[in-house]
Design a binder for this molecule. Structure first.
Ligand code: ADP
Ligand code: ZN
Ligand code: ZN
Length: 733
């Protein structure tokens, strides 16, 4: 019997030691079932033959080894990095590297056969050569199994009779190796448009770094054909035998992307990975990636944990997108993990965006990332849209839309075009106020206003989900005249239906798109010209290609400028560029009308001029002055409890511990700044009082050292009454 160290999935404990019965062959990466407390759990072996940390009689014994799941070493490295960097126990992270159904036995029917090409190894050739000379069927099999790429799985499956039995016997004897995949695939075709000069230059640069770590920022305006560059680069790496990982923000919202990729790379075995898949399906795809059978893995942030034995290129599309950051559990940033993984594997990584994150932009400016640009729309004749900034607060605005926008909408629809009205607020109105006194509808469980919804009519909290009936009169003064303030998607939908007819307007937001087929139906209706006006939230901003859409109207964007979130302006810039990019994707030039009271604000000036760089540099200067990312690295300790006193006690204790830890840190410790405990921006949510501590540092290394030591102290007595989380590189604080 030997002892193995095992990361137990979902456990907050460090890796644990277990006995391995001598009849089990257990190596690092093997998935095992084991007893944990009174239950059974699943774990991954991270180390074998270790000296036990517990006395021998305290160790328990693993039950079983899963025969069809092995976490490869390089993926274990990713898991170790994520655990270490994000200060999470290995067990919490290991679950991400396992397909979801690993906990149970794989069900018949969903179990994917491991489809390897087969090839004779040296021992097989030596042993068999004298035996097959006078047996033609065996001789043919012998030859086929020595071809360069081995025998493809389909061919092996089609064998019958003698050959089939011989193959089974030779495999039994250990003479046949399973190849991860054919080494090269020169027949691979890519159906792509002829690249223009900028695209070709970008492709050449990326391909020139094959086989080594090289981070690239591909900065291209919307419609500039970044996807064609990704796919051409991917095709080259796959033709040379590699696998490609392509991350996208939200695959569910952009189903046409998968179709486009399949159409462009028709003979590439492709799997998509996202959280919407059934567990068995995700497991099968995980295995297809692990076996090397899947050449292209296209997925959302969780796909950054896909096993990819022959990874040759990583692509992160829309690298600035906030959805790459996981907001609960292990709070990793998939883009950052992707870059780390590319470095560890020594392969190029392409970060693509029209509006790069300030972090990535900063790396490119400093020369750490190569910088590639696409400055024009790729489709012949397609031009960037005309942008008009029009004052929002005008007396003759009707239902939130100013006359200029009404006029543009009417003209567009009359000419047979389609229009999109963007407002980033779902519901009818973001506030309900009393016309006589100061009363406003608030959530009792959150520090937040309630949003008025119609159909069904109710007040709804967008933070905790609580719903309450709409009061008939003001609870403060009894006035019956309660006034909805501001405009959400439902209110605009009603106003636009009044103007263009009920059947010609479609609302697109989280409420209207709940059904599984909702997006497909929407696209079909838009394609059939069944719709004149789309009104919706940022759900509409992402990657949809509606060729007849020639007008985009933007409302309420100024709200982001009042936000306390330090990334709000950066996000607004990205969102505006994305929304504006929906206009005029085909031959006809598009128009974008933005309602704003701050037309001189850099975010609007850059939209109008198309000069994202100037905007980014301006924001970077502000970040530098305020010592915010990317000029500082942040960590956020957040805590919540029903009683504020519990939150305060915990954070006070944590603050003292952080200061003591910093003392002990020695050199570099003084460069770490420990903020005082404060209330969170949203002081109460879903009935929980919330507080936080922000830690910042110019350099990552001392921050990481402090966090490591500090985290160990956070499981204090006070911690038992609060829920707390440590977020490294938080999206906001
Ligand atoms: P981005 O991702 O940069 O916003 P896309 O990759 O979606 O842009 O490309 C926009 C459109 O231009 C797509 O319809 C694509 O097929 C087309 N396209 C891309 N490259 C070329 C090219 N070289 N010639 C013609 N059309 C192109
Ligand atoms: Zn009142
Ligand atoms: Zn609430």
């Amino acid at each position: 019997m030997s002892v193995a160290r095992i990361a137990v999935a979902g456990s907050v404990l460090p890796a644990l030691d277990y006995w391995v019965p001598s009849n089990l062959d257990v190596r690092a990466g093997h998935v095992v079932r084991l007893p944990l407390g009174t239950r059974r759990a699943v774990g991954v072996v991270v180390e074998c033959d270790v000296p036990p940390t517990l006395s021998r009689d305290k160790l328990r014994t693993i039950d079983a080894v899963a025969d069809d799941l092995v976490v490869p070493g390089e993926l274990l490295d990713v898991v170790r990095f994520v655990a270490d960097y994000y200060q999470e126990p290995l067990g919490a992270v290991i679950g991400h590297a396992l397909p979801p159904s690993a906990a149970g036995p794989s069900r018949a029917g969903t179990r994917a056969p491991l489809r390897h090409a087969l090839r004779l190894n040296a021992a097989g050739v030596a042993s068999l050569a004298p035996l097959v000379a006078r047996a033609p069927a065996r001789r043919a099999l012998f030859d086929a199994l020595q071809r360069d790429g081995g025998m493809p799985p389909a061919e092996a499956a089609a064998l019958r009779g003698v050959a089939r039995r011989a193959l089974a016997e030779w495999r039994e004897r250990g003479w046949v190796d399973a190849l991860p995949m054919p080494a090269t695939d020169p027949a691979l075709t890519a159906v792509l448009p002829t690249l223009n000069a900028e695209q070709a230059a970008a492709l050449a640069a990326i391909s020139g770094t094959a086989g080594r770590y090289a981070p690239w920022l591909l900065q291209g305006i919307t419609g500039s054909g970044k996807t064609a560059v990704y796919l051409a680069a991917a095709a080259a790496r796959m033709a040379a035998g590699g696998q490609v990982l392509m991350l996208v923000p939200e695959i569910n919202l952009t189903p046409q992307l998968e179709d486009d990729v399949r159409a462009a790379l028709p003979d590439v075995p492709l799997v998509t990975l996202h959280s919407g898949l059934a567990a068995g399906e995700r497991r099968a795809r995980w295995q297809a990636a692990a076996s090397g059978e899947a050449r292209l893995v296209l997925g959302t942030r969780l796909a950054v944990f896909a096993p990819l034995p022959r990874l040759a290129l990583v692509v992160v599309d829309e690298e600035h997108d906030p959805s790459y950051k996981q907001q609960d559990g292990v709070r990793y940033h998939a883009r950052d993990v992707a870059v780390w993984r590319a470095r560890a594997r020594g392969v190029p990584v392409v970060l693509g965006s029209a509006t790069p994150s300030l972090e990535t932009f900063h790396h490119a400016e400093a020369g750490r990332y190569g910088w590639l640009r696409l400055t024009a729309r790729a489709r012949p004749g397609a031009q960037p849209p005309r942008i008009s900034l029009v004052p929002a607060r005008v007396p003759d605005a009707h239902e939130g839309l100013v006359p200029a926008l009404w006029h543009a909408l009417r003209t567009t629809v009359a000419a047979g075009g389609q229009a999109l009205v963007f407002v980033n607020r779902r519901g009818f109105a973001p506030a309900l106020k009393c016309g006589a006194c100061q009363w406003e509808a608030h959530c009792t469980r959150c520090t937040a206003r309630l949003t008025l919804h119609r159909a069904p009519r109710m007040l709804c909290c967008h933070h905790c989900g609580a719903t309450v009936p709409v009061p008939a009169q003001c609870p403060e003064c009894g006035n019956v005249d309660l006034i909805p303030r501001g405009h959400g998607t439902q209110r605009l939908e009603a106003a636009l239906e009044g103007a263009f007819g009920a059947g010609r307007v479609v609302r697109v937001d989280r409420d209207s798109m709940r059904a599984r087929r909702a997006f497909a139906d929407l696209r079909a209706r838009v394609a059939a010209r069944d719709v004149d006006v789309l009104v919706g939230t940022q759900m509409l901003a992402k990657g949809h290609d509606f060729p007849r859409l020639t007008l985009v109207g933007v409302l309420g964007a100024d709200n982001a400028l009042y936000s306390a979130d330090f990334r709000a302006t950066e996000r607004l810039g990205a969102l505006l560029a994305q929304v504006a990019g929906r206009a005029g994707r085909a031959a006809e030039r598009g128009d974008v009308v933005v309602q704003t009271d701050f037309p001189e604000h850099p975010v609007y000036r850059s939209l109008a001029s198309g000069d994202y760089d100037a905007f980014a540099r301006g924001l970077l200067a502000e970040r530098a002055a305020a010592a915010l990312p990317p000029y500082a690295h942040l960590a956020l300790l957040s805590a919540e409890a029903h009683a504020r006193a519990d939150v305060e006690a915990f954070l006070d204790e944590a603050h003292r511990a952080a200061c003591a830890t910093r003392e002990a840190l020695g050199p570099g410790g003084d460069t770490v700044d420990i903020g005082l405990p404060v209330s969170a921006l949203m002081a109460r949510r879903a009935g929980f009082e919330r507080g936080q501590i922000v830690i910042s540092a110019r350099d990552r290394a001392p921050l990481q050292r402090l966090l490591r030591a500090w985290r160990a102290t956070l499981d204090t007595a006070a911690a038992r009454r609060v829920r707390w989380a440590l977020d490294v590189d938080p999206a906001a604080f």
